[in-house]
Design a protein around this ligand. Structure first.
Ligand code: FAD
Length: 451
């Protein structure tokens, strides 16, 4: 064997969870010749009708890189729509666009359901065995055994593997078992905002009712509505709103209240969401959580990947991207350490943990920023100064958003540099008469002097 291409002894591996992360991991591990069985408590998503309409996600550079590595970027791009800009629908102003990055940079809207079906198809074609309708209730960590069954009380089936990957999402059963061990760190924090999905159906001729290549945002202080395009001409909207308080889900309990709420705050989209009250009362109000834990692995037997290891609030659009990047980095360790799974797991978790924490922090900050700062004139002025500086010195000031979304560099680096930029801007904002001089050469030179 050459030093950089170590031979892998085929292992018998179980992946718990056939979500986006579990199915991509199966494809990666099949490429290395392992036997893969994926268990999911749900029925096969390819055989069930989607309930309601499709929920969608934004895929960006990290996700694409992980798909590219196994030759799937082009296949998946066929079911995605590029969004190269935000379409801002603010109060008392005509809609305007904000491009996301440089020319040619975009994030991609993709239906979670359609993507998941496709990934399961691809994993199956690669030789993965799927066992649907089998919920894992318990795990024997040192022996890599899992126990599945109808219910917690029913008789369980036992399966033994060489290794187990927990890709079973934010409320992971595999992690739950690890939590009971000594010196396992765990925290979960719910935010006080919930979300609900609504749909803008297509025009009669199947075209989109709003600009198709934009991420639409209606910011309203501590709540907002967003919309992402779907292939069938529809948009999936997500309403983010506090659970409690004056303007909150708690205070919208009747059709009349729902209509009034939209009439007051979102008069321009109210008609586009045709079945507003139907959607509103049919679809659930869901919560959002940040979950952190460590370690992510147990000996050379069990590892957590994706949301099971790090669930984050969705305000940076990076949850799936981060999970896919976990797989990319895990794969790099496999290529480096061959059969030494102790080393693979140890390096994997050490490399990923700081980055998972960083994107959790950045996502939480984006939530705070969106909910409390977008109406603050000082904050808006700061953003304007930064934007101008980036345009004039693109190589000297890459915004954090671009570092997270359009780069391969670690999330922890984006956070660190972002903090440094923020400290510089704090100083700049102290400049006397900054409101009048924000676009002056002096301000620009002052920023340059800090870099
Ligand atoms: P999951 O998708 O949760 O899959 C877990 C799977 O495990 C499921 O199939 C489940 O049935 C199965 N399972 C669970 N428990 C068991 C068990 N005991 N036995 C057997 N099977 C089990 N990310 C982005 O990158 N971009 C975005 O724009 C974005 N937007 C988001 C918007 C919202 C509102 C939310 C909530 C999340 C968003 N995310 C986004 C995050 C993204 O959805 C998640 O990070 C991603 O789905 C995680 O994938 P996963 O495979 O790790 O977990």
């Amino acid at each position: 064997t050459s030093s950089h291409l170590m031979v892998q002894t085929p292992k018998n591996i179980a992946i718990i969870g056939s979500g986006l992360v579990g199915s991509l991991l199966a494809i990666y591990l099949r490429k290395q010749g392992h036997s893969i069985t994926v268990f999911d408590r749900r029925p096969d998503i390819r055989t069930v009708e989607f309930s309601g309409r499709s929920i969608n996600l934004a895929m960006s550079n990290r996700g694409w890189r992980s798909l590219r590595k196994v030759g799937l970027e082009e296949t998946i791009k066929e079911i995605a729509i590029p969004m190269d800009k935000r379409a801002m629908h603010v109060v008392d102003k005509p809609m305007y666009f904000q491009s996301y990055g440089k020319e040619g940079e975009a994030i991609w809207s993709i239906s979670r359901g359609i993507l998941n079906r496709k990934m399961i198809d691809l994993a199956e074609q690669a030789g993965t065995v799927f066992q649907f309708n089998e919920k894992v209730w318990d795990v024997n960590l040192p022996e890599a055994k899992i126990y599945t069954g109808e219910s917690e009380k029913s008789e369980w089936k036992e399966y033994e593997f060489d290794m187990i990957f927990g890709c079973d999402g934010a409320f992971s059963r595999v992690r739950h078992k690890m939590q009971r061990r000594s010196r396992f760190d765990y925290s979960q924090d719910f935010i006080d905002v919930g979300y609900k999905e609504l749909t803008i159906p297509p025009n009669a001729d199947g075209t989109h009712k709003l600009d198709k290549n934009s991420f639409h945002i209606w910011p309203r202080g501590n709540f907002m509505l967003i919309a992402l395009p779907n292939l069938d001409g529809s948009f999936t909207c997500t309403l983010f709103l506090p659970f409690e308080g004056e303007v909150s889900f708690d205070n919208i309990t009747t059709e009349k209240e729902a209509k009034q709420f939209f009439k007051t705050y979102f008069p321009n989209v109210r008609k586009e969401i045709e079945d507003l009250t139907g959607d509103f009362f049919r679809n659930p109000t869901s919560a959002m959580v940040t979950m952190k834990c460590y370690p992510w692995t147990y000996w050379n037997k069990v590892a957590l990947v994706g949301d099971s290891a790090h669930a984050i609030v969705p305000f940076y659009g990076q949850g799936m991207n981060a999970g896919f990047e976990d797989i990319f980095v895990l794969n790099e360790q496999i290529e480096k350490f061959g059969d030494d799974w102790d080393a693979i797991f140890e390096h994997y978790q050490k490399l990923r943990k700081p980055n998972a924490d960083a994107i959790a922090e950045l996502s939480y900050r984006n939530f705070v920023e969106m909910s409390s700062k977008t109406a603050d004139p000082k904050f808006l002025l700061q953003k304007k100064i930064e934007k101008r500086f980036t345009e004039r010195h693109p190589e000297k000031w890459i915004p954090v958003y671009s570092r997270v979304t359009f780069s391969d560099r670690p999330y922890s680096e984006a956070l660190e540099i972002g903090d440094r930029q923020e400290a510089i801007m704090k100083n700049i904002m102290q400049t006397p008469n900054i409101e009048e001089n924000w676009d002056s050469l002096e301000v620009e030179e002052q920023i340059l002097s800090y870099l």
